[in-house]
Design a protein around this ligand. Structure first.
Ligand SMILES: *Cc1c(COP(=O)(O)O)cnc(C)c1O
Length: 432
């Protein structure tokens, strides 16, 4: 057995088995690792109750939603369609919180009302959303949550900072008086107070976020019973990167929530909303090495799955580990997690007509060669850390490439297809 790295259950033999059955490119998810991450979050230290909501936009495959909610997590949905999708996966509405940029009218509005009456939770993310929902909420005694825009945030890149004044998520602190006036006029109270400061947030900022939100609740929300600190727990994808220390963050939150109780006599329930942290490292994109080229600058290895499988390097300059597996699946030729001599350097490129279609880009979009053991055409190139915001966010169908299939490596060690490869007919089905 040749595992790709010391935290994965995927082996070189498994890679050959998956590709033999489902072709390339293909996503593979490691169920055991997902369950381990779920457990880590649900068991984090807490004071007066904890709900962990998986942010399903990270990866909304039905089977993964079943696994994650089966492990005790609730869901954070970012659109009404996500809510419906989650319910189709068997998740009851009262375990789903809708935190969205959408504004509903006509059919969608009717659907929202129907689902709210069925238990869906709703987080008002703008004054306008609050105005639109307040009569209905007051008439039906539905508690509306409020997403606060704290004016400070943190993310792995500017595009993933959702809390600072360059982004527009939530009701800004300066608009709180207006929100309160509005709620008071309608007889609404805010019980669920929420922030989400960004993706891959710096741990220090995450702690500041806890302090800041508790202070906001103390000053402005006398009726609050639940505090949601959002998602953004950082995952380490590359060797040498560090991940959020979930138990340590939990201990800090617990201490501050207990301190809040001592100051105010109020016991707040706590929520967190990890997306990335639950699924990122469970995912692998398995591709075939189809060509090799060189320029006067670099070697390039060309794979049959690139930006349409994982657009994060192109969007954010994100780094993902690269593994090479021999075409017969007998061994892992190259892994950035081992100490083998990596005496070849190459840019990992995809097959789209786009110079940015590379898995090894820097923040400025330049292709940067990665050290590895030299692979041959016919070997497999496996990209790690692609469980979150890859399948769910990919620009598939660019260059008319079909959406790739998804396969689950179950905790029993079997491989099951959980989404089929898209066909050309499906790609063209809606053209008239
Ligand atoms: C996207 C999102 C999250 C999850 O962020 P991660 O960085 O994937 O943990 C949590 N809460 C809300 C409201 C979000 O939009």
């Amino acid at each position: 057995m040749h595992r790709l790295n010391n935290f994965s259950n995927l082996t070189s033999e498994g890679v050959a088995q998956v590709t033999g059955a489902y072709g390339t490119p293909v996503y593979v998810y490691d169920e055991s690792l997902i369950l381990e991450r779920c457990r880590e979050c649900t068991e984090m230290p807490q004071a007066y109750g904890l709900v962990v909501r998986y942010a399903m936009k990270a990866n909304s495959n039905r089977r993964l939603l079943k696994i994650i909610t089966g492990a005790g997590l609730h869901l954070d949905a970012s659109s009404l369609n996500e809510v419906i999708r989650a319910n189709l996966a068997g998740v009851p509405y009262d375990r789903i919180m809708l935190t969205t940029q959408e504004v509903y009218s006509d059919d969608m509005r009717a659907k929202l009302e129907e689902l709210l009456l069925s238990g869906l939770r709703y987080n008002a993310c703008s004054l306008y959303q609050l105005q639109l929902i307040s009569d209905f909420a007051a008439d039906n005694s539905i508690d509306v949550g409020i997403r606060i825009h704290p004016g400070i945030g943190s993310g792995e890149s500017a595009t993933r900072n959702t809390g600072d004044d360059y982004s527009c998520f939530g009701i800004h602190l300066s608009d709180l008086p207006a929100a309160h006036k509005y709620a008071a006029d309608k007889g609404l109270t805010f019980k669920h107070i929420h922030v989400h400061i960004g993706s891959g947030a710096d741990t220090k900022m995450w702690r500041q976020n806890i302090d800041l939100l508790l202070k906001i609740i103390e000053d402005h929300f006398p009726d609050a019973d639940t505090v949601c600190f959002g998602g953004g727990l950082k995952e380490a994808r590359m060797p040498g990167e560090y991940a959020a220390d979930v138990p340590l963050l939990g201990s800090y939150a617990k201490m501050q929530v207990e301190d809040f109780y001592r100051r105010t006599g109020r016991k707040l329930k706590m929520e967190i909303e990890p997306g990335t942290y639950i699924v990122a490292n469970s995912g692998y994109a398995v591709t075939s090495l189809i060509d090799k080229k060189r320029t006067s600058r670099s070697n390039f290895i060309i794979t049959d799955g690139g930006m349409e499988i994982n657009s994060r390097p192109l969007l954010y300059g994100s780094k993902h580990p690269v593994y090479i597996v021999s075409g017969d699946g007998a061994r892992v030729i190259s892994s950035e997690f081992d100490d083998a001599k990596h005496d070849f350097e190459a840019v990992v490129a995809g097959k789209c007509c786009e110079s940015g279609d590379c898995q090894t880009l820097d923040m400025d979009g330049h292709a940067v060669p990665r050290a590895m053991v030299e692979p041959q055409i016919g070997d497999f190139v496996v990209i790690g850390g692609v469980g979150a915001y890859c399948s769910s966010m990919s620009p598939y169908n660019y260059n008319s490439h079909p959406q790739a299939p998804e396969v689950l490596l179950t905790k029993k060690g079997t491989l099951t297809e959980i989404r089929k490869r898209q066909t050309l007919e499906q790609m063209l089905a809606n053209e008239v």
